[in-house]
Write a protein that binds this ligand. Structure first.
Ligand code: ADP
Ligand code: MG
Length: 257
């Protein structure tokens, strides 16, 4: 029943960490049981995004058998669980990402949905996270370099026989210059799970050290992540309940000035 979903991309900086956190937050919002693991051991960000940069026990301790899996699990105020990785350069150098797959069974005992944030590229670190996956979600921007790298990741996943749930296209500006959804679908030949708009609320949430789904639940990005979470879990979500009233929209416009 429990499954490990690895968020991967190929290209860096496309929105994997943002997606891992907000997809996790959105599944938790819908009532799903979630653990987010920071599988990006060289440059971990999950703890920083969620206001717990330094924790006494983390994924690095688990991988080096210095701690039990449960000791590295922390509960966020929202109820979702997180497992940060170490920010120390010394720990990152010592880390053994290849060990992640050895803990699959134990991770799966903790939550129903285990979301793993992944390093960019297709080096050892990313491949270790991919090898621990039950399913993959590909994140890309609607731009040619990101799509090219996503395609390479998709082909690699196929060789590894890892099922791909679909692609999340982030930072969508809805202009004529970026690649259109039909082109993205045609090039990647996998279903589009959802499109996340370019949204200032994402930067604001980062500033507030929380998920956009938590601090700006009615933003376009938060609603899009909740729609994707609903698709993945099968738990219904009606985005109309998160639609801003005209008064809220005016108030937001004033706050921006
Ligand atoms: P990755 O993990 O793939 O390197 P991040 O999630 O760290 O990517 O995102 C890279 C940058 O893009 C961050 O500064 C993040 O705040 C920003 N970002 C991600 N998604 C969006 C979005 N939908 N709208 C605006 N900015 C975004
Ligand atoms: Mg990242």
């Amino acid at each position: 029943m429990s499954k490990i979903i690895v968020i991967t991309s190929g290209k860096g900086g496309v929105g994997k960490t943002t997606t891992a956190i907000n997809l996790g937050a959105a599944i938790n919002y819908l009532g799903g049981d979630v653990l987010i693991i920071d599988g990006n051991l060289s440059t971990p960000n999950i703890g920083v995004h969620l206001n717990s940069p330094e924790v006494p026990v983390n994924l690095n301790h688990v991988l080096s058998n210095e701690a039990e899996v449960l000791e590295a699990v922390y509960e966020h105020a929202s109820g979702m669980k997180i497992m940060p990785a170490s920010l120390s350069i010394k720990d990152s150098k010592k880390a053994k990402p290849g060990k992640i797959k050895d803990f699959r069974k134990e991770f799966k005992k903790i939550s129903d949905y285990i979301i793993v944030d992944c390093a960019a590229g297709l080096g050892d670190e990313a491949m270790s996270a991919i090898s621990a996956a039950d399913e993959l979600i590909i994140v890309t921007n609607p731009e040619m370099p990101a799509i090219t790298d996503a395609l390479k990741t998709i082909k690699t996943a196929e060789l590894e026989k890892k099922p791909i749930v679909g692609v999340i296209v982030t930072r969508v500006k809805k202009n004529q210059i970026e690649l259109q959804p039909s082109t993205v679908k045609e090039m990647l030949e996998i279903p589009i799970l959802g499109m996340i708009p370019e949204d200032i609320s994402i930067s604001k949430a980062l500033n507030e050290k929380d998920a956009v789904v938590h601090v700006y639940p009615k933003s376009g990005a938060a609603r899009a992540y909740k729609e994707i979470a609903s698709k993945i879990t099968g738990i219904p979500y009606n985005s109309d309940i998160d639609r801003e009233s005209i008064f809220e929209r005016i108030a937001r416009a004033f706050r921006r000035n």
